[in-house]
Design a protein around this ligand. Structure first.
Ligand SMILES: *Cc1c(COP(=O)(O)O)cnc(C)c1O
Length: 498
């Protein structure tokens, strides 16, 4: 296999394209009367410093930028925990239907019954998939779903006059958003360790459970890609001390049609529509992290949610939908009603797959991860040697290849047009490489990835320099990631005063 396989070396990007007088479009003659604009609101065109470019300059600039990026539409993207599955293009077609794309959130609900009906169905489908009693579609990300869920749990206790509960339990394998959101709610985070099998250490959990605990946040399957073996016992322990159970459902891709968090006994959970339900993510685009509630937590859901305000008089007709604020709601967590365009995409995905299809999605996601784990486990140390769910964690280091780190393996993967796995997470695995292939990849792609990984394991001994100096054929080479995070330049040219 050759370094330049599949990878096109791109020209460096030239930023300064502006030339005085150049323009991309010509506007038609104005055919409405001109109106006066208040002089104090007008800016001097000399001060605005907009680039003056032709249409082809603009198109090339943005197309080049897009080619610098690795996306799921350009190559394999096994970024663990992030579920970078393929986003079917029919989702984009439905989201662009004028009836969905051109409505306004302030429109009278009577004029947007179709959109409300879609949200009503999606609320119910997510409830059905998860075994929860109800769902609010408001939160705009997984982390915001967590924030909403923890607020709901706190309010539930306060409503019962139980104000001593100020602590929340989080396993050491949890996603960073769990302790972060719980602290934002003002709770004290207690971390419990994992046992040698990668499950929650139940003795440690027992020792911190008490009447000062709001509840526990548990990721299932956890971030080692393992189904919590004693999930029911953990839930019993926490419920036993009066606490509530929150499920971080970002990894629901492994469970659809197989296990329901509501049946397991979770009180609150969130979904990541932009992971499990194939809506695009990355690059800071809009996400969606609906929150689900068991019966006793329904009154606390963020709102408004879609409800039926009038049953139809005859069975053939649709009910009348409207906005309903849950009785003891924690309130609004997002302007308007969530990221509606993302909801349309997730709705399309669920409708297109159906119940059988969603179960198949999870089965194939788990099968693909186990296939890669089985083929790599002689060459790489796998954190917990048991069947994994939709992802697994390998150690990116060897005793006989000193100096080679997970980062070097990741950078070398880029030479083959493959996005690196998640690095250095979960924190409890040394030199972690968290690999999640998803169900949308073919066996050929999985085999290619395995072969590249085996080649890299070989190079780590025979030619470690090629790993240390990777990537070799990307538009930019190894970045100084600390400088990139701490010393950001977010403007360009005259606007920066430069
Ligand atoms: C992605 C993820 C989150 C956070 O979701 P965002 O939408 O990125 O805020 C939380 N927990 C787990 C396990 C995740 O994988």
């Amino acid at each position: 296999m050759n370094d330049s396989d599949n990878v096109k070396v791109l020209e460096p990007l030239i930023y300064e394209l502006s030339r005085p007088g150049r323009q991309a479009v010509t506007l038609p003659e104005c055919d409405v009367p001109e109106s006066e604009f208040p002089a104090d609101l007008l800016r001097d065109p000399e001060d605005v410093l907009l680039p003056e470019v032709s249409q082809i300059d603009v198109v090339r600039h943005f197309v080049h930028l897009s080619q610098f990026n690795h996306g799921v539409d350009t190559g394999f993207y096994p970024l663990g925990s992030c579920t970078m599955k393929y986003n079917p293009k029919i989702n984009e077609d439905t989201a662009r239907l004028p009836g969905f794309a051109r409505i306004h959130p302030l429109q009278d609900p009577l004029q947007v019954q179709g959109a409300l009906g879609l949200m009503w169905d999606l609320q119910n489908w997510l409830a059905e998939i998860s075994g929860m009693a109800g769902v609010s579609l408001q939160p705009a990300a997984g982390a915001q779903g967590e924030f909403s869920g923890v607020l709901m749990m706190r309010k539930y206790h306060r409503d019962r006059g139980d104000t001593r509960r100020t602590k929340i339990i989080v396993p050491d394998s949890s996603h960073g958003t769990n302790p972060a959101t719980a602290s934002m709610v003002g709770l004290e985070v207690i971390q419990v360790p994992s046992d040698p099998n990668g499950d929650v250490d139940r003795a440690a959990l027992l020792s911190v459970c008490g009447d000062d605990v709001v509840g526990m946040m548990l990721t299932v399957p956890n971030t080692l890609g393992l189904f919590e073996s004693h999930v029911q016992e953990i839930i019993e322990i926490v419920h036993g001390c009066g606490g509530l159970m929150y499920m971080d459902g970002a990894n629901l891709n492994a469970l659809m049609g197989i296990a329901k968090p509501g049946d397991l006994g979770f009180d609150v959970m969130h979904f990541n529509l932009h992971k499990t339900f194939s809506t695009p993510h990355g690059g800071g685009g809009p996400g969606s992290g609906p929150v689900g509630a068991a019966e006793h937590m329904l009154p606390y859901l963020p709102g408004p949610v879609v409800g039926v305000v009038e049953e139809p008089s005859d069975e053939e007709e649709a009910p009348l939908y409207g906005w309903v604020m849950p009785e003891r709601s924690i309130g609004r967590v997002k302007s308007f009603y969530g990221n509606f365009g993302i909801l349309v995409r997730a709705f399309t995905y669920i409708l297109a797959n159906g119940p059988e299809g969603l179960r198949q999605v999870s089965e194939h996601a788990v099968l693909n991860a186990n296939y890669i784990q089985a083929r790599l486990c002689d060459a790489y140390k796998v954190a917990c040697e048991r069947f994994c769910m939709h992802e697994f964690v390998a150690e990116g280091c060897w005793d006989d290849a000193p100096g080679v780190r997970a980062l070097d393996i990741s950078k070398r993967l880029m030479d083959f047009g493959i996005h690196p796995p998640t690095n250095y997470f979960p924190l409890i695995v040394h030199e972690a490489l968290m690999i999640e292939p998803t169900e949308t990849e073919s066996k050929e792609m999985l085999d290619r990835f395995v072969e590249v990984m085996l080649q890299i394991a070989e190079e780590a001994r025979s030619n470690p320099d090629i790993l240390h100096s990777a990537p070799h054929n990307t538009p930019v080479r190894r970045l100084d990631e600390v400088k990139a995070a701490k010393d950001q330049v977010l403007c360009y040219g005259p606007v920066c005063g430069g």
